[in-house]
Ligand binder design. Structure first.
Ligand code: UDP
Ligand code: MG
Length: 326
């Protein structure tokens, strides 16, 4: 979540398509064909960046073959499987387009939707996200309900209101993706992370197909847990990352305050009333609260140091400028 040094963009082009790919050998060729079909009529300068995230099947051989005949195709091969987020990050790093479109390699997104995303972006948005409406037709209780709940939760916590956070098919202005740094599995929250720099986000319905080849790389229970934890991270980064003392400090003050009051009460009981307080659970609670409160405050102060190191050691700014008139 910071600004990168402005690198000179030699031979900038209009459109970059960024696609993470991991063991999708059956999909490679149809994907390429469908992309070509969707992109050629646009008459825009474009590049397709496929990031091979350490595939162990024939994916890379096939990509090599395609790349040999098409200089608009760029293939980045990772040394091992680093995950979808890392693949997106690499794609963003290498993208030269003014607009960056992301999608999955498994044919679940339809490249034919790309022109409509671009049109919407032209209306002045910074991010246009796909909304897989067709998934709505699937079983209500097992798929639709959990997905509605999860998306509502994410949209309320992050403040970026989308119906479908899980859709990879999205279009961004390049400055949006060049200005965020992704870790872990935060690719699901790119629009939320980008909201930090102030972006206008739109959502349009896109086609969605069930997986034809291979299988999903994520288990659903594991994914739910990860998404919940990531949501916590994103929320923290968005609201408190430059002032950790405010959240930890408030918690700490509240805890030690409450602990102090309880302690005071117990002292009165002991000293004024002469009762024995050694066996009272309240004493334990008072001590616990006070110790934890002090720890929280210390954590907040350490957080403040970390934030300063983070921004200052790398010359990162805490703001992003849209334009300057002079
Ligand atoms: N993917 C990747 N690295 C990984 C896992 C997945 O590059 O470690 C790619 C995968 O090839 C696909 C996209 O990310 O193009 C989405 O993965 P998948 O279809 O398994 O996720 P789902 O559609 O089930 O959310
Ligand atoms: Mg998929």
């Amino acid at each position: 979540m910071q600004q990168k040094k402005d690198e000179p963009m030699n031979d900038e082009i209009e459109l970059s398509i960024v696609i993470p790919l991991f063991n999708e050998e059956e999909s490679v060729e149809p994907l390429y064909a469908q992309l070509k079909e969707a992109l050629e009529p646009l008459e825009q300068s474009y590049e397709i960046i496929i990031v091979d995230d350490g595939s162990t099947d024939r994916s890379f051989e096939l990509l090599r073959g395609l790349q040999a005949q098409d200089k608009r195709l760029k293939v980045i091969r990772f040394r091992r499987n680093f995950g979808q987020t890392a693949a997106f990050a690499a794609g963003f790093e290498y993208a030269r387009g003014q607009v960056v479109v992301t999608m999955d390699a498994d044919l679940q997104n339809d490249p034919a939707d790309i022109p409509r995303l671009l049109e919407k972006l032209e209306e002045g948005y910074d991010v246009v996200s796909g909304w897989r409406m067709e998934r709505w037709k699937s079983a209500w209780l097992t798929r639709r309900l959990p997905s509605v709940v999860a998306n509502r939760l994410i949209s309320e916590t992050t403040g970026v209101h989308l119906h479908d956070y899980g859709c990879s098919l999205k279009a961004y202005r390049s400055e949006v993706v060049k200005n965020i740094n992704l870790y872990g599995e935060l690719h699901r929250f790119i629009p939320a992370m980008a909201s930090w720099m102030g972006v206008s986000v739109a959502e349009i319905p896109v086609h969605y197909r069930s997986r034809q080849f291979g299988r999903s790389k994520y288990g659903s229970l594991k994914r739910t847990i990860k998404v919940m934890l990531d949501l916590l991270t994103v929320r923290f980064l968005l609201s408190y990352s430059t002032r950790p003392i405010h959240i930890f400090g408030s918690l700490g003050l509240a805890m030690s305050g409450l602990g102090g009051i309880l302690g005071l009460y117990l002292s009165v009981v002991k000293l004024a009333l002469g009762q024995d307080i050694g066996s009272r659970p309240l004493l334990l609670l008072a001590i616990l609260l006070m110790v934890m409160g002090v720890q929280m405050i210390t954590m907040g102060l350490l957080g403040e140091l970390v934030v300063r190191t983070y921004h200052e050691s790398q010359g990162k700014r805490i703001y992003v400028v849209r334009e300057i008139l002079e």
